[in-house]
Design a protein around this ligand. Sequence first.
Ligand code: CDP
Length: 222
Amino acid sequence: MDKVIIAIDGFASTGKSTLAKKLSQHLGLRYVDSGALFRGITFWVLKNGWVSDDNLNELAIEKGLDNLNIFFDSVTNILSVNGIDVTEAIRSKEVSAQVSQIAKLSFVRSFLLNQQRQMSLRAGLVMDGRDIGTVVFPNADFKFFFTAKPEVRAQRRLEEMEASGHQANFADVLKNILDRDRIDSQRKISPLKKAADAIEINTSELSLEQAFDLLIAKINTK
Ligand code: CDP
């Protein structure tokens, strides 16, 4: 497929990234995890001590962005922040706990919006996130919106975290997922919502293979 853009949005831990990656490989397109970019900025903000539970140094973040170099490699899926590989580090509990506060900031969103759009200039891609079909690529060729029961999502995320060596428990993971869904859906700029022309996919009862087959079927019948 040439210069095709596929947008996959939806709630936290609904399987977007796994399926977007699989779909990109199947179709020979590049894959971009836009959430990794927001997580990367959050990691950098935490590292600089600019955010805690009751304090957010917006001025320092906005100024710091002038010198921030953040890069998602769509071939290796490695995320680097100022040249350092933070692919694993951005999955920590600390980053998950703060990312939605950082993703609300208008200057963070416009900084990443440019970068996301530039990635589409050379070739087609599959990008997953929250506002890809609504704001980043409103003219995407295909748009999907993923949902699933919160308990199913928390269980999947817990297993993913444990497999990659991050300590977690079910209740905390569920709470983080619900908190992020609320903040992401309620924010003023680019809130998480289904684009009018997106196809909704509920992955609660679907295996990875079933969800993948469904996506391919929808793409082939459009
Ligand atoms: O993989 P998971 O569903 O946990 O989330 P993610 O894709 O890694 O995104 C982490 C957070 O980044 C989300 O909860 C949003 O706050 C933010 N985000 C966003 O605001 N817009 C995007 N396009 C992607 C992520």
